[in-house]
Design a protein around this ligand. Structure first.
Ligand SMILES: [Zn+2]
Length: 424
């Protein structure tokens, strides 16, 4: 399993300057290569032309003139020696770090055009300013580069760092990255850890080895043993402080230097909030994964949940569409960080050999977990009380129990049943 360790770097002023200089050069190169890709793409495509009155005939015009070669990873990497000839200062950068920049362009552009391995497409890649290009990567380093709390990186020299935790014994160092953050520079070491237990794939889910988890807004999660994590609301807690700093920043009587200091304070505060949330997520994820062998989680699309409401028009006039309350809810979703929590949960689960299965949640909030009777609720009804069997429990706890019922008895490598199968 691939793991990443992050350490704070203790750099000299000269090293800091050199890293900043490298980042600036890499950023310029990144933007240049991205421009090259966009140019080709814009030049070689055209909008579909459908003549009026004829729905069958369609044609598409390419840009006039000579066709250029599509810039790909190979051609862009091959352009690097030429770059070093025309701009000799690029020779100062370690060659593999420069090549990694080409790879970043490739990945960003491919995610935009064809999507990732799941077919999810990202937005149009941005040209990066100083604040957005913050990492340089050494794609191949080995354990030899590491000497206690120092790392030797080609052309950057020996960098000291605070070894706040030991790397798991038996793991192999693969890549090293240096990142500039709001409060200094960090070293990320990616290692291959062979000691992680293999996950058993064909285990049958039983009452005792399965825990069902219901993630949400009101609580981070509720499991089928009725353990829950209440939201910590780190953003909401720092909101007034943040607003105060934002107001200060908008005050135009301040000098440029003063504004920069305020900007830095804002960045530090955001960093603090993110770290608090991340720490909390890890603590909760450890609690969950160590308590069982299989975690059954509902399939969620948080992206769809956070989508903006459609504008509502009555007689040509825009009327309130409920976006104001949705915005508040979206903020709470983000503050809870459910998507991040699920990601961290799957990471931690992998580490302990805990299996995660995803279940279709359709209808599980509207049925009773004991008698399967339909009990309709709106989003604001937080309590489940069933008239036919008399079950009266928390709504989320009820759906946690119900989904566990769905999962138990099925083999986890097979397709898991949905509520529809259980009802029929
Ligand atoms: Zn019931």
């Amino acid at each position: 399993m691939r793991k990443t360790y992050q350490y704070k770097l203790l750099l000299t002023t000269a090293q800091r300057r050199e890293i900043d200089r490298w980042l600036n050069m890499l950023r310029a190169q990144y933007n240049h290569l991205l421009r090259e890709r966009f140019d080709w793409w814009e030049y070689n495509r055209s909008y579909l032309v459908v003549p009026q009155g004829d729905c069958c005939l369609r044609w598409c015009e390419l840009g006039s003139g000579e066709l250029k070669d599509n810039p790909d990873w190979h051609s862009q990497s091959a352009s690097l020696p030429g770059l070093k000839q025309t701009r000799p200062w690029y020779k100062d950068i370690y060659s593999q770090v420069l090549q990694d920049c080409v790879k970043r362009v490739k990945l960003a552009f491919e995610r935009f055009i064809t999507g990732d391995f799941k077919g999810n497409r990202s937005g149009r890649p941005r040209f990066k300013n100083r604040a957005r290009y913050r990492t340089l990567t050494y794609p191949t380093v080995s354990d030899k580069n590491l000497m206690g709390s120092k790392i030797k990186l080609p052309k950057l020299g020996v960098l000291k760092f605070i070894k706040s935790r030991e790397i798991a014994p038996g793991s192999k160092l693969k890549t090293a990255s240096v990142t500039r953050k709001a409060d200094g520079y960090y070293l990320s070491l990616s290692v291959e850890d062979k000691t992680v237990p293999e996950v058993e794939l064909n285990m049958t889910l039983t009452e005792s080895n399965t825990t069902r988890v219901d993630v949400g807004l009101e609580k981070l999660y509720v499991d089928s043993n009725n353990n829950r994590a209440l939201p910590q609301k780190y953003l909401r807690k720092s909101e007034s402080k943040l607003a105060k700093l934002q107001r200060k920043l908008e005050d135009n009587t301040r000098s440029k230097k003063a504004k920069r200091l305020i900007q830095r304070a804002i960045a530090r505060l955001h960093q603090k909030i993110a770290r608090q949330r991340k720490h909390w997520h890890y603590v909760e994820a450890h609690k969950l994964t160590t308590s069982c062998q299989v975690l059954a989680i509902e399939k969620l699309s948080i992206r769809n949940m956070k989508r903006r409401n459609k504008p509502k028009k009555v007689n040509g006039v825009f009327v309130p569409n409920g976006q104001a309350s949705s915005s508040g809810m979206n903020k709470s979703w983000s503050d809870n960080g459910v998507a991040n929590f699920l990601e961290i949960l799957s990471q931690v689960a992998q580490k302990y050999g805990t299996r995660i299965v995803k279940i279709n949640p359709k209808g599980t909030s509207q049925h009773c977990s004991r008698c399967l009777n339909r009990v309709t609720k709106t989003l604001s009804d937080r309590w489940h009380s069933c008239d036919s069997c008399g079950l009266s429990i928390d709504r989320d706890y009820n759906s946690a129990l119900l989904i566990k019922k769905l999962a138990v008895g099925s083999r986890q490598d097979k397709k898991l049943p949905s509520l529809k199968d259980l009802l029929s």
